[in-house]
Design a protein around this ligand. Structure first.
Ligand SMILES: *Cc1c(COP(=O)(O)O)cnc(C)c1O
Length: 404
């Protein structure tokens, strides 16, 4: 158990690999403008992380409103909690719909009131969330909608980038989230006035802090060198297997975060590296979508396995497959064999948010049975181009054996 007989390590999500030449970019590239063109919007804010982008959005909204509560799904990244805490707002954790990471409209309706500042639906793993019921509820109670598109750069709804149907949206440029500059984030907003306010907040609250940025530059160079199947075995796989042997799911999913969120400016070099890599992103995502279209039917043929797809009008990206297995026991058995096998099989998050011991001081006590079940029964399968057909067949065979 938790040993890998393979010499390589498939990353758990299909991030865009950087080339050495990306580290010597042309300095004339204007990253915010290039990424705005990619997304089909007029302006994009660049921050040092997805979390920092959410903080800029939350700080702006709390300047425009006296409301204090922010509602988030019970199955999402713990960093979202720390953005809310840092912005001195109140967390409200909402259960998800059955068999889904999306906010459950019924549970959401109960949490919405005159003190609800914002609702934060998530487009998880490239999937496009169904925002219709969320936006309707937000309008009813006068709350803003912030689309957490941290894992969905390039996902579209009716031809437009996600993040534009709500009031604001943000993306992550962290390691493993599609386009990466090691750590980084973007915010967008459909409304020009709100964009101006977001820009003002960013100037006000984000300091330069060149020390942090120098560290990120070194880390970016290291990441560019190490994001290869051979090197990943040593820098990702071995520590993953150690965490699994300790039964530490939080370390295995990389879900231990510090509540102190660094805020600093992203330097011109890292932005130029991003511009350079961005030139390959559309083709890379198109290839991933093709591979996903080929592999999706093979996964859904397995009895009892459900793989998340997009609602009508949605056209997401495919860094991973999010699969739900028939029950918790089968999911544990499959992961005993595959998580740690070097094949890019993992969990999205270790638990539903209320089940992270270390989040207790900030977390709520809400009852979230659907999110707990989803956390216990779901797994992710990398859609990395490095996962070849033979390795994918191995994953299928193991799934078949346990789900039969
Ligand atoms: C990664 C992530 C974030 C935070 O983004 P960072 O760039 O890591 O700060 C927020 N929400 C979700 C769903 C994420 O996966």
């Amino acid at each position: 158990m938790f040993t890998s007989d393979s010499a390589v390590e498939i990353p758990p999500t299909a991030g865009l690999p950087l080339y050495l030449k990306d580290l010597f970019p042309s300095w004339s590239d204007n990253f915010p403008q290039k990424i705005a063109e990619f997304l089909g919007v007029s302006t994009v804010g660049v921050e040092c992380s997805g979390t920092a982008s959410l903080i800029v959005i939350l700080e702006t909204l709390s300047r425009l409103s006296t409301r204090k509560n922010v509602v988030i799904p019970a199955y999402t990244c713990p960093l979202v909690i720390f953005a809310i805490v840092k912005s001195r707002l109140q967390l409200r954790v909402c259960d998800t719909s059955p068999d889904s990471f999306e906010l459950d409209p019924e549970a959401l309706a109960k949490l919405c009131d005159r003190d609800t500042l914002a609702i934060v639906p998530t487009h998880l793993g490239g999937r496009v969330a169904d925002l219709n019921p969320i936006i309707a509820l937000a309008r009813q109670c006068g709350a803003y909608v912030i689309e957490d598109a941290a894992q969905a750069l390039g996902a579209r709804y009716q031809g437009e980038s996600v993040g534009l149907r709500g009031d604001a949206g943000f993306f992550s440029l962290a390691v493993g989230k599609g386009l990466s500059i090691f750590e980084g984030g973007l915010w967008i907003a459909a409304d020009a006035e709100l964009r101006a306010e977001l820009g003002r907040t960013s100037l006000q609250i984000i300091p330069a802090r060149p020390g942090w940025e120098a560290l990120r530059c070194l880390q970016l160079a290291g990441y560019a060198a190490a994001y290869r199947p051979l090197a990943l075995r040593y820098i990702y796989g071995n520590s993953l297997r150690r965490a699994l042997r300790r039964c530490d799911s939080i370390a295995a999913t990389g879900d231990y975060f510090s509540s102190s969120i660094p805020l600093h400016r992203v330097c011109a070099w890292r932005q130029a590296v991003g511009s350079r890599a961005l030139l390959r992103l559309a083709d890379f995502q198109r290839d991933l979508a093709r591979q996903a279209a080929r592999r999706l039917p093979e996964l859904t043929r397995i009895p009892g396995v459900k793989v998340l797809t997009d609602p009508p009008g949605g056209s997401g990206t495919w860094p991973i497959f999010i699969a739900q297995l028939p029950n918790e026991k089968v999911c544990d058995q499959v992961l005993d064999e595959l998580w740690g096998a070097g094949l890019g099989v993992s969990r999205m998050f270790a638990y539903a948010l209320p089940d992270y011991e270390y989040l207790r001081p900030w977390g709520g006590e809400q009852s979230v049975p659907n999110a707990k079940r989803f956390a216990a029964c779901s797994m992710t399968i990398s859609n990395s181009p490095w996962l070849d057909d033979a390795s994918f067949e191995r994953i299928l065979a193991i799934l078949f054996r346990h789900c039969r």
